[in-house]
Design a protein around this ligand. Structure first.
Ligand code: GCW
Length: 644
C-alpha cells in the first residue's frame, strides 16, 4: 500500500477487555456489515482474537443491534459484562469507530449516546479533472486522473477515514468547474461516479459534485443559462433525472456562481435566489440539495476605490434575500467575511439569515495558514467561530446554533501521509469530530489524535498536543499582523509579500503609508461594522473596545497608537515577529526531542516540515519587520537586528 492509514491503523498497546473476544449480532445492511467488518478487523489489528458468534450470546460480548433506517443516532451502552451498540447501519459505523478509538486509547467502557449536531458534515475537494488540486498541498487527486474520475481502493480507505471521525459527505471536484469536470453532469462518467458513490455510500458518505451554472451552454450549446428561461429549467430537470436515477447516493450540487469570474445568475439580471432556486427545483424530486456559495464579491476593484469593501460584499448581496431561497438550498458561507485568513472576524452574514438555511465553510487546506508546510492546528479557530454569539436571536444565538451543516475545504491528496505534513491530519480528524459535536474540545481532540497516530507514550502525547495547541498563535505572530490579512505572495499565497496584493484588483488593501496602516471599517469608514448587531457593531467600531487581535482588520491606525499594554502598535508587530520565530524554533526543538520515541520515517518527515517552516517563518519575520522599518524609520525599541 502506498499510503498510510492515519489514525486507523490501530497499532496500540491497549489491553483489550474480555468482552472484545466475542461479537454478537448480524447486521443486515451494507453499512451494518461494514461496521461488523471494521469491528473485527480493528480488534484484530489491536492484537485481539474476536470470534463472530452469530446471534448466540454466551458470555461477555460486543452486541451489534441494527435498526432499519438512516438515522444517525448511536448508542453504546454496557450490557452485562459486555457492550451493546445500537443504531442504523451507518450509526453502527460511527459507534464501532468510537468504540475502537477509545479501546485503542485504553478506555474499557466508552459509553456514548449521541446524534450529530448537523445532518450534513462534509469535505469539499478542490480537485480538478486533470488530477491537479487547486490549493492542494499534499500531492495529486485520488479522485481524478488524466481528465476523468477513477475508482481506487484508496477511495474506500478515504471513506473509512471520513466515517471514523463522523463525516458523512464529500464533494469530489473543485468549485471552479473547468474542462472535463463539466462532464460529470452529462453522464459521460456515469460508470465511474456510480462506483465511487457506491463505495462512499457503504460508509454512509454521500457524494456531491460541483457544477457550473452555465452547464446548459457549455455542455449542450444552449444560448443562455438564464434561470428563468424555460428551456434552461427543462435542461436541468432532464439532466438531474438522468444523473440522480443512475447514482442513488448523489446528494446534490455545490455551486460557485458569480464569483471570481464564474458564471451565475447576475449575468442575466437575476438574483442569487433565482439562480439557486432553479437548481433546487431540478434536484428536488430526488431529495437533492443545492449548496450555494456566498463568496460573491467584486474581484476587479481599483485600489484607489475607497468606497468598495470586499468584507461587506457577502452581506450586501445575500442578507436582503433572506427568506427567498427554497428549503433545499443551503447557503455556504466562509467563516470570515474575506477569505480564510489566519485572523478574521466571524462573517456577519451568518446572523442575517433567519429564514434561509446556512452552513459554515471552513478551510483545512492551509492556503493562507502555512500550506501544510507549517504546522497550524485550526480547531481552536473553528471553535471560536462556532461559539461566536451573533446576538440576533437569543434562542439560537451562537453560530453553531444558527447553521444546519458544516463543510471544510479538504487538505488531502495522494501523498503517502494524505496531508503532506503529518501533523496536518489533526485538522482532518478534528474537523470531523467538531462537525459531529461543535462543543468538542480542541485540546482533547489533539490528545486523542496524537495517541491514535503516534501511540500512547505520555511524553509524545504531551509534546504533540502542546505543539498543535500553540501552532496557530505562533503562525499568526510571525506572519500577518493583527487581522490585516493577505501580505502573502500573490498567485501561490505562500510566504511574505507585504505589498503583493496592494496594487492588484482583489480588494484586499492595507494602504500602508509611513504614518498609518489599515482600512477603517467603522461607520466613518466603509461601514462594515454596521453589518453586525448594534452591540457588536459598536464594539468593533471603537478602537478602544475592538479586540486587539483584530485591530488592523477594523481600523486604520498610526504606528505609534498605544496598545493596551503600553507598547506602540509598531513595537507590538516587531515583538510578535521576533517572538513568533523563536516560538516556531521551540516547537521544532520539541519535536527533535521525540527522535527516539517515534518511527524514524514519521520523525524525519515532520522534522523536514519544521525545517521548511523555520525557513519561511524567518522570511516572514524579516520581510514584515524590514518593510515596516523602512516605511516608518522607527527602530525596534529593543535594538534587535532588522534586516533582509
Ligand atoms: O481563496 C480563493 C482561492 C481560490 C478559490 C477561491 C474560492 C477555488 O485562492 O483558489 O477557488 O478562494 O473559495 O472559491
Amino acid at each position: 500500500m502506498d499510503y498510510s492509514l492515519l489514525w486507523l491503523d490501530w497499532k496500540t498497546n491497549a489491553l483489550l477487555p474480555e468482552y472484545t473476544g466475542r461479537i454478537v449480532g448480524l447486521p443486515a445492511t451494507r453499512q451494518g456489515k461494514a461496521a461488523l467488518r471494521e469491528l473485527m478487523n480493528g480488534l484484530k489489528a489491536m492484537g485481539g482474537e474476536p470470534e463472530q458468534c452469530g446471534n448466540r450470546e454466551t458470555g461477555p460480548a460486543i452486541r451489534l443491534t441494527e435498526y432499519l433506517g438512516n438515522d444517525e443516532k448511536v448508542t453504546l451502552r454496557r450490557r452485562g459484562e459486555g457492550m451493546e451498540l445500537i443504531g442504523s447501519g451507518r450509526a453502527l459505523l460511527y459507534g464501532v469507530f468510537h468504540l475502537l478509538r477509545h479501546l485503542a486509547m485504553g478506555e474499557t467502557y466508552p459509553e456514548w449516546e449521541s446524534s450529530p449536531a448537523y445532518p450534513i458534515r462534509m469535505l469539499d475537494h478542490w480537485d480538478n479533472a486533470d488530477g491537479s488540486i487547486e490549493r492542494g498541498y499534499a500531492g495529486r487527486s485520488f479522485f481524478f486522473r488524466g481528465g476523468r474520475p477513477v475508482y481506487s481502493e484508496r477511495i474506500r480507505d478515504y471513506a473509512r477515514l471520513l466515517t471514523s471521525c463522523g463525516l458523512n459527505g464529500c464533494c469530489i471536484n473543485n468549485v471552479n468547474v473547468h474542462e472535463n469536470a463539466l462532464k460529470l453532469l452529462s453522464g459521460s462518467y456515469k460508470k465511474e461516479l456510480k462506483r465511487i458513490a457506491a463505495c462512499l455510500g457503504e460508509y454512509g458518505v454521500s457524494l456531491w459534485i460541483s457544477v457550473s451554472f452555465s452547464s446548459p451552454m457549455e455542455l449542450s450549446g444552449l444560448d443562455t443559462a438564464d434561470p428563468l428561461d424555460p428551456g434552461v429549467q427543462q435542461w436541468w430537470k432532464d439532466t438531474c433525472l438522468q444523473l440522480f436515477t443512475s447514482i442513488p447516493n448523489l446528494a446534490g450540487f455545490l455551486v460557485k456562481a458569480d464569483s471570481e469570474g464564474r458564471p451565475g445568475p447576475h449575468s442575466y439580471g437575476r438574483t442569487q435566489a433565482e439562480g439557486a432556486n432553479m437548481l433546487a427545483d431540478a434536484v428536488r424530486p430526488f431529495g437533492g440539495k443545492i449548496l450555494w456559495r456566498c463568496f460573491v464579491y467584486n474581484c476587479t476593484q481599483d485600489w484607489r476605490d475607497t468606497k468598495t469593501d470586499r468584507a461587506r460584499a457577502q452581506c450586501d448581496h445575500f442578507a436582503p434575500l433572506d427568506g427567498q431561497f427554497r428549503d433545499n438550498v443551503i447557503l455556504q458561507i466562509k467563516n470570515g467575511p474575506v477569505d480564510f485568513q489566519i485572523r478574521e472576524p466571524v462573517s456577519p452574514l451568518l446572523g442575517h439569515l433567519e429564514h434561509t438555511n446556512s452552513m459554515v465553510e471552513f478551510q483545512i487546506a492551509q492556503e493562507y495558514t502555512g500550506q501544510q508546510r507549517h504546522v497550524c492546528y485550526l480547531l481552536p479557530m473553528f471553535r471560536e467561530v462556532l461559539d461566536f454569539r451573533l446576538e440576533h436571536r437569543p434562542e439560537r444565538d451562537k453560530v453553531s446554533e444558527n447553521i444546519c451543516a458544516v463543510c471544510a475545504v479538504c487538505n488531502t491528496g495522494d501523498d503517502y501521509n494524505w496531508t503532506g505534513h503529518d501533523l496536518a491530519a489533526a485538522n482532518l480528524f478534528g474537523f470531523g469530530l467538531l462537525s459531529w459535536d461543535p462543543q468538542a474540545d480542541p485540546a482533547e481532540v489533539a490528545r486523542q489524535w496524537s495517541i491514535l497516530s503516534f501511540g500512547s507514550d505520555p511524553a509524545v502525547t504531551k509534546t504533540v498536543t502542546d505543539i498543535l495547541l500553540r501552532s496557530r498563535d505562533v503562525y499568526e505572530k510571525y506572519s500577518v499582523p493583527l487581522g490585516i490579512g493577505w501580505m502573502c505572495v500573490p498567485e501561490d499565497h505562500y510566504g511574505p509579500s507585504p505589498e503583493g496584493f496592494e496594487y492588484d484588483r482583489w480588494g484586499t488593501y492595507h494602504k500602508a503609508t509611513h504614518r498609518e496602516i489599515g482600512v477603517e471599517r467603522g461607520p466613518d469608514g466603509t461601514g462594515f461594522t454596521e453589518q453586525y448587531t448594534p452591540r457588536l457593531a459598536a464594539m468593533y467600531a471603537s478602537v478602544e473596545s475592538c479586540p486587539e487581535e483584530l485591530l488592523l482588520f477594523f481600523h486604520r491606525l498610526p504606528y505609534d497608537y498605544r496598545m493596551k499594554d503600553g507598547r506602540t502598535l509598531l513595537q507590538r508587530i516587531y515583538d510578535d515577529h521576533f517572538e513568533g520565530f523563536e516560538e516556531a524554533q521551540a516547537m521544532s526543538d520539541a519535536w527533535d526531542g521525540l527522535r527516539d520515541k517515534l518511527e524514524p520515517d514519521v520523525f524525519a518527515r515532520v522534522q523536514e516540515r519544521f525545517r521548511m517552516q523555520l525557513h519561511s517563518a524567518e522570511q516572514w519575520r524579516d520581510v514584515i519587520n524590514s518593510w515596516l522599518y523602512r516605511l516608518t524609520l522607527i527602530p525596534d525599541e529593543k535594538g534587535r537586528k532588522i534586516y533582509l
